[in-house]
Design a protein around this ligand. Structure first.
Ligand code: DQA
Length: 147
């Protein structure tokens, strides 16, 4: 089964959105890096982005049957969404949370994550490299038979 990589609100604006914080790479650049990394490890990946909380909830539901590991950058919904938290809690798969920036080093409203409470691991602060690191972690989890 493929790795599912979900991206939350405003991440479609990467490249031009606060580049000092989020870098100059676009979401399409990150998608290409993820696909290359996954292919190199012999894995398929499904890479998606939505600005809508309910769409993300439904994609998490889909992952229940269709994914081996879920990587998610919930963006701002990580700080606000009990619905994402509940959907992830009902997902019996390894969950890796990713942030480009390091939210703990930013405003206090970014210090809490409803997703971290149900994630197996969190990678933050490494920019787009965090996605690559997340895929490496997913590959190792799959190889170890945990997914
Ligand atoms: C983010 C961090 C969040 O605090 C913010 O709301 C985002 C992006 C990141 O990738 O650094 O939209 O998830």
């Amino acid at each position: 089964k493929p790795i599912h990589i979900l991206n939350g609100p405003n991440l479609n604006l990467l490249g031009t959105r606060e580049p000092g914080i989020y870098g100059r790479e676009t979401l399409n650049d990150i998608k290409a890096r993820c696909e290359a990394e996954a292919a190199g490890l012999g894995l398929d990946c499904v890479f998606r982005q939505s600005n809508h909380e309910g769409v993300l909830v439904e994609w998490i539901h889909e992952a229940r049957a269709d994914a081996s590991v879920l990587l998610i950058n919930p963006a701002a919904y990580g700080h606000t969404s009990v619905a994402l938290h509940d959907a992830l809690k009902a997902l019996d798969l390894p969950i890796i949370e990713i942030h480009l920036s390091q939210p703990m080093a930013r405003e206090s409203f970014r210090h809490h994550s409803y997703v971290s409470l149900v994630a197996d691991g969190v990678i933050s602060g490494f920019g787009a490299l965090g996605y690559v690191l997340g895929i490496k972690a997913a590959a190792e989890i799959i190889a170890n038979g945990a997914a």
